[in-house]
Design a protein around this ligand. Structure first.
Ligand code: FAD
Ligand code: SIN
Length: 524
């Protein structure tokens, strides 16, 4: 018997947990996650969640800041909707038990980050994501209608293709009936049928060599939708966080939150000079694309591997109390941040593009919803404003939940879905083949499709990717299914989307900077 649910949720970050909690009152829910529930980008979020709380801030200012960062590509209707929904959705997080720091006057202690014209980031110390996820996981575990399937890896969406209909004339006719998932403990592949599927698989950071994202961020959701012929957009806009801790031994790279610059920290070149004002009058608090490019430029001009973040002029006690985890982490490495400068480099951090969704979180595939980092809602345009992504995840999970609750009773389970076809796959996993291809992929993406691109670099990236793609597909066709191989395959699909979309964008805009179209940004 194939397990059947009203709602199937893939992913246990902020998006998946929020959606699961909302739909659980209405029907049966499966919440699947490829690792332990906590392992997600959400867990590592430091700075916080952006929302308009007090005057002199206003919705209008947050809307304007979002548009400026997005460099003209944000969808105005989406921006307006998300920013106005924020207070209600955050109140819900608080009701579920998430705590945000308050000042001595009892008001929320709001932080500032790059691109924000006001202090508006609600946070919990420097580990906001951990705190929110802790509260939501506690709630989910109390919910009887939610079956938690941790260590289940979603392999593919089930669509007409699996029923033997290879040609879907109109792409809007594609329907999702459930998923195939690998039980990592038993190695069995199960078929889960569901009336609705909610994709909340997060980001893509591991497509790059240096990233702030944990190892789960391999773009699985985007790749599954791509293979199912659903709509993907804006993949060229990959956000590099300007300040990850420079420590070659460590993967993922430890983030040094932008809130620390909002608190007064300053970027310096290794010879101790400030440089951000050469690039933007907003200095160290310019939007992320600007700061990351400026750092990249300084490193290339100087042939150096990191710049410094200076906090030594800030109040030592306040610094330690606002950023206890960063303080402790740096200290472990012998960097006492109240006395020493912190070496930092940009790292791949966030995918602004993804699975295209409408205002209700519906994808182009029927009965498939998406929210959080896997999705592309139109909020971020060409560059995400800091701390707008937790906000987007919580608002769109709500929207998608409301819509799927209104729909699921009208949907029938699909009949005649075959089990996973593993014909001809007998080769055991050979890790060296997988790890080597992955390293090559990450090098190609970092060197040719990183912060600064060119037409030649993009062409070269595509040519090299083609070789890796063919080798990996051939390996996949012959091998017993494994998570590592599937993640590699997914990362290749995602890299392909990034390169193709970067090649098609014949301009420099937001996070996509191509030296062959320098009219807008002149750095060199
Ligand atoms: P995630 O939280 O990444 O969750 C994805 C889930 O999907 C995981 O449970 C994963 O195991 C599961 N999954 C993935 N693939 C599969 C599969 N094939 N099968 C089964 N399960 C799967 N944003 C802000 O707004 N403010 C911040 O301060 C902030 N700080 C950040 C700091 C760091 C270091 C990082 C990495 C990101 C930060 N971000 C921040 C971005 C933000 O954290 C993420 O965009 C957001 O948490 C994404 O939530 P999500 O639920 O979409 O995905
Ligand atoms: C940070 O804390 O700097 C990350 C915030 C974000 O990614 O929005």
């Amino acid at each position: 018997m194939k397990p059947k649910y009203d709602f199937l949720v893939i992913g246990s970050g902020l998006a998946g947990l929020t959606y699961a909690l909302k739909v659980a009152k209405f029907g049966s829910v499966a919440l699947i996650s490829k690792a332990k529930l906590e392992e997600s980008n959400t867990y590592y979020a430091q700075g916080g969640i952006a929302a308009v709380t007090y005057q002199p801030d206003s919705y209008q200012k947050h809307v304007e800041d979002t548009h400026i960062a997005g460099d003209g590509l944000c969808n105005p209707e989406v921006v307006e909707m998300v920013i106005k929904e924020a207070p209600e959705r955050i109140k819900e997080l608080i009701d579920w038990g998430a705590e945000f720091d308050k000042g001595p006057d009892g008001h929320y202690d709001l932080a500032k980050e790059g691109g924000h014209s006001e202090k508006r980031i609600l946070h919990h110390k420097d580990n906001t994501g951990f705190e929110i996820q802790r509260a939501l996981i506690e709630q989910v575990k109390k919910c009887e209608s939610i079956d938690i399937l941790d260590y289940y890896f979603a392999l593919d969406l089930i669509t007409q293709h699996h029923l033997g209909f290879h040609v879907v004339k109109d792409k809007t006719d594609i329907e999702c009936y459930g998923i195939y998932a690998l039980n990592r403990r038993t190695k069995d592949i199960i078929t889960i049928l569901s009336k609705t599927v909610f994709l909340a698989t997060g980001g893509i950071g591991n497509v790059y060599h240096t990233t702030t994202n944990p190892s789960i961020a391999t773009g699985d959701g985007i790749a599954m939708v791509y293979r199912a012929m659903g709509m993907i957009e804006n993949m060229e806009f990959v956000q590099f966080h300007p300040t990850s801790l420079y420590n070659l031994q460590e993967r993922p790279s430890f983030l040094i939150t932008e809130a620390i610059r909002g608190f007064g920290a300053i970027l310096l070149t290794q010879d101790g000079n400030e440089f951000m004002h050469k690039y933007d009058q907003r200095g160290c608090l310019a939007p992320r694309d600007v700061v990351a490019r400026a750092i990249d430029n300084e490193l290339k001009i100087r042939g150096e591997e990191f710049v410094y973040l200076k906090c030594t002029h800030l109040d030592a006690e306040e610094l330690k109390s606002h950023f206890p985890n960063i303080y402790a982490k740096c200290l472990e490495l012998g960097i006492e941040i109240t006395k020493d400068y912190i070496p930092v480099v940009p790292a791949a951090h966030y995918a602004c593009g993804g699975v295209k969704v409408n205002l209700d979180g519906q994808t182009s595939i029927k009965n498939l919803y998406a929210a959080g980092e896997v999705s592309c809602t139109g909020l971020h345009g060409a560059n995400r404003l800091a701390s707008n992504s937790l906000l987007e995840a919580v608002v769109y999970s709500h929207k998608a939940a409301m819509h799927s609750i209104s729909m699921f009773k009208k949907i029938e389970f699909c009949k005649g879905v075959p089990d996973w076809n593993d014909e001809g796959t007998s080769l055991p996993e050979e890790m060296i083949l997988i790890t080597q291809e992955l390293k090559e992929l990450q090098q190609i993406m970092t060197n040719y499709v990183g912060i600064v691109r060119s037409n030649l670099r993009l062409k070269r990236a595509l040519d090299r990717l083609e070789i890796i793609y063919k080798e990996t597909e051939s390996l996949y066709e012959q091998s017993t299914v494994s998570q590592n191989l599937c993640e590699l395959r997914n990362s290749i699909n995602v890299a392909y989307c990034i390169i193709k979309m970067a090649k098609s964008r014949r301009e420099s805009r937001g996070l996509h900077y191509n030296i062959d179209y320098p009219e807008k940004y002149i750095l060199y």
